[in-house]
Design a protein around this ligand. Structure first.
Ligand code: GLA
Length: 397
């Protein structure tokens, strides 16, 4: 990872894998059997399309969550993390009943729950979690912990479970145990991504294609701008967008909005009776097409030309899906005015991060322009970093 002018980090100092190991030794007075890592993610394009059975194009970040772990003799799980001083311990009864373990440890219990519910014998374990993925910035810190824990427990339990089934299990942990009705994108990205590539995922079939996304070779950089906007009602708003889409699909008599082709959009809109639902549908249908167009451009090596699609995606989220906030729109406008090829909010919305595709030599100028626009509007200063696509979940050692 290189850094731009306004780069900031909230992670504790030191290598994240070393921190996970050190905490394990300190807490349990023993050596971990191994360390397992999973990254955060950003989504290049394809927002709120995953739960509509559509297309997404995320990539993994060079920011990781690492779990150091060792098996124990009984069927219990103890987990400590940088997020709290007190370790959390739970047994099968807690794991089997969603809601019994709460807070950050619910992601760990959720993974145990999802594995057990799928009929797998999960080894009891001691775990220690450390992370460089900021919490609450929309970079999928939750998918990162789910994937790192899942990777560790699959290994420690000796399960014969192919990696292409892991995203569904991690998603089930989040939906069924933690209680967040998210789609399959984040868990797929953090598990299946490859370095130097974006992950083109068909969320209906779960087929993936790794699309070369070599920013450095093209002389480009991707800025990730943390808007620092306080999350406003994100859970309720997310669930309500999802319900609107599902209602619209049922009104149209189709399994999911994925089944409205771009050239069938006008006919579908004409069959819906309220303007808000029409705008929600228009976002999803046009966004699916923008993912397909972006993939075609990347395959042709035309990385810069993806820029206008990113900006169009942002306008669609702002005007039709109505999930952006003032800080986010300010960052996008300032980045574009400073010469970005394209910019958009990434993730679920109502805060989180903005992506800006820029000439590598312009990264500092664009970051400074966004910071200046923020200062003018008296927003909390944004955090900015440049990133290159990284790889998915793996065993560290
Ligand atoms: C969140 C969810 C994903 C996806 C995005 C919006 O990140 O976890 O499943 O729906 O929002 O694209």
């Amino acid at each position: 990872m290189t850094t731009a002018a306004a780069t900031t980090s909230t992670a504790p100092p030191g290598d994240v894998a070393a921190r996970a190991g050190a905490r394990f030794r300190q807490r349990y007075a023993a050596e971990p059997a191994g360390r397992w890592a999973a990254p955060g993610r950003v989504n290049l394009i394809g927002e709120h399309t995953d739960y509509n059975d559509g297309f997404v194009l995320p990539f993994a970040l060079p920011l990781r969550t690492v779990v150091a772990a060792a098996p124990r003799d009984d069927e219990r799980w103890t987990v400590c993390s940088e997020l709290s001083d007190d370790p959390v311990e739970f047994g099968p009864a807690d794991a089997d009943e969603p809601g019994r373990v709460t807070g950050w440890a619910a992601y760990v219990a959720g993974v145990v729950w999802a594995l057990r519910a799928a009929g797998h014998a999960v080894a009891g374990a001691r775990l220690s979690v450390a992370s460089d993925v900021p919490v609450g910035s929309g970079l999928s810190s939750s998918a990162a912990i789910e994937a790192a824990v899942l990777t560790a427990l699959v290994d420690l339990s000796g399960l014969d479970l192919p990696a292409d089934r892991w995203p569904r299990l991690a998603q089930r942990a989040e939906n069924g145990y933690v209680g967040a009705p998210t789609g399959i994108m984040d868990q797929s990205a953090v598990i299946r991504a490859r370095p130097g590539h974006a992950l083109f995922l068909d969320c209906r079939t779960e087929q993936v294609e790794h699309i070369p996304f070599d920013l450095s070779a093209a002389g480009l950089a991707m800025l990730v701008i943390d808007s620092r906007a306080p999350h406003r009602h994100i859970d309720g708003e997310y669930a309500s967008r999802r319900r609107s889409c599902e209602r619209a699909a049922s009104q149209l008599g189709i399994p999911a909005l994925r089944d409205v082709p771009a050239d069938g959009l006008d006919a579908a809109l004409a069959r819906l009776d309220d303007d808000e639902t029409r705008r929600r549908v228009r976002h999803v249908v046009t966004e699916n097409q923008r993912v397909l167009d972006s993939v075609a451009l990347l395959r042709a090596g035309r990385v810069r030309d993806v820029g206008p699609l990113l900006t169009a995606s942002h306008a669609s989220m702002r005007d039709d899906f109505e999930i952006t906030v003032a800080e986010i729109d300010t960052a996008v406008e300032a980045a574009l005015a400073a010469g970005a090829y394209g910019a958009r909010m990434t993730g679920g919305g109502f805060g989180g991060c903005v992506l800006a595709l820029v000439e590598a030599s312009a990264a500092d100028t664009v970051a400074a322009a966004v910071a200046a626009a923020y200062a003018e509007r008296r927003f909390t200063a944004p955090g900015t970093r440049t990133v290159l696509p990284a790889g998915g979940a793996h065993r560290v050692d």
